[in-house]
Design a protein around this ligand. Structure first.
Ligand code: ADE
Length: 241
């Protein structure tokens, strides 16, 4: 799978891409990345990429020409064209389901904004999928792009050592429970002991304990997940008319 990131700050990425799982996936050829500086497509002699909004208002907007031309050229350099994702707090909320959908794609192009946003013609001409990583405003789309890459990459077959591990992740397909509590050594730390059952070797009991832990956590922290699950199964059970 290939990720192309279009940004004014490509230097934010190599540190992130060079770590752990992602580094290994790139070394093994499972993941390919491309970093593209939108400023390289500026026609301006000062390499300007932003300008003041018509009609007044605070801040600066990304100009349409460098953004549109950068996307078009990067898109044409390799095939398939893939999905074009524009990171913005106004987009569809990113979640595990969307990560699973993106992981089926052969290529994602992630377009990161800065300043007060993009000139509307960027959206009109390129028709990107607008995606938000949450209801808060970041300084730009770069960290949001890293969030998406991070969530998607672990779903690509071969990236995780143990294929099961992403299936059991909280929020993964059909899994509407948070993960159960986990412990490692030492058996006791500052007066807190690992639950006896986890040391018992009784796999049935352990599975039951973990199920109870998942239920308790989900009920107390994210009861909305349980009601969403019920709503889903109700929709599936109802025949379409
Ligand atoms: N750019 C700024 N804030 C963002 C957000 N919440 N999600 C995606 N891109 C953004």
């Amino acid at each position: 799978m290939r990720f192309d990131v279009l940004t004014l700050f490509p230097e934010m990425f190599p540190g992130y891409l060079g770590q752990s799982l992602l580094k290994l996936a790139i070394q093994r050829g499972i993941v390919e990345t491309g970093l593209h500086n939108i400023r390289d497509w500026s026609r301006d002699k000062h390499h300007a990429v932003d300008d003041r909004p018509f009609g007044g208002g605070p801040g600066m907007l990304l100009k349409p020409e460098p953004v549109v031309e950068c996307v078009e050229e990067v898109r044409s350099r390799c095939s398939p064209a893939g999905r074009l994702i524009l990171l913005t707090p106004q987009g569809r909320r990113f979640d595990q389901r969307l990560a699973e959908e993106f992981a089926l794609s052969q290529r994602l192009m992630l377009l990161c904004g800065r300043y007060e946003g993009f000139d509307q013609r960027v959206m009109d001409l390129l028709a990107p999928e607008e995606v938000s990583v949450g209801d808060y405003v970041l300084n730009g789309g770069e960290v949001a792009a890293m969030v998406i890459i991070d969530a998607v990459v672990r779903l690509i077959p071969g990236v995780l050592g143990d294929e099961q591990s992403s299936v059991e992740d909280s929020f993964s397909r059909g899994n509407r429970m948070l993960e159960h509590a986990q412990y490692t050594r030492p058996r006791e730390y500052r007066g807190r002991s690992v639950p006896e059952v986890l040391l018992s070797g009784d796999h049935e009991q352990i599975a039951r304990w973990r199920e109870a832990s998942r239920t308790e956590r989900t009920e107390s922290r994210r009861s909305d997940l349980l009601s969403a699950g019920q709503a889903d199964s109700k929709t599936q059970a109802e025949p379409k008319t």
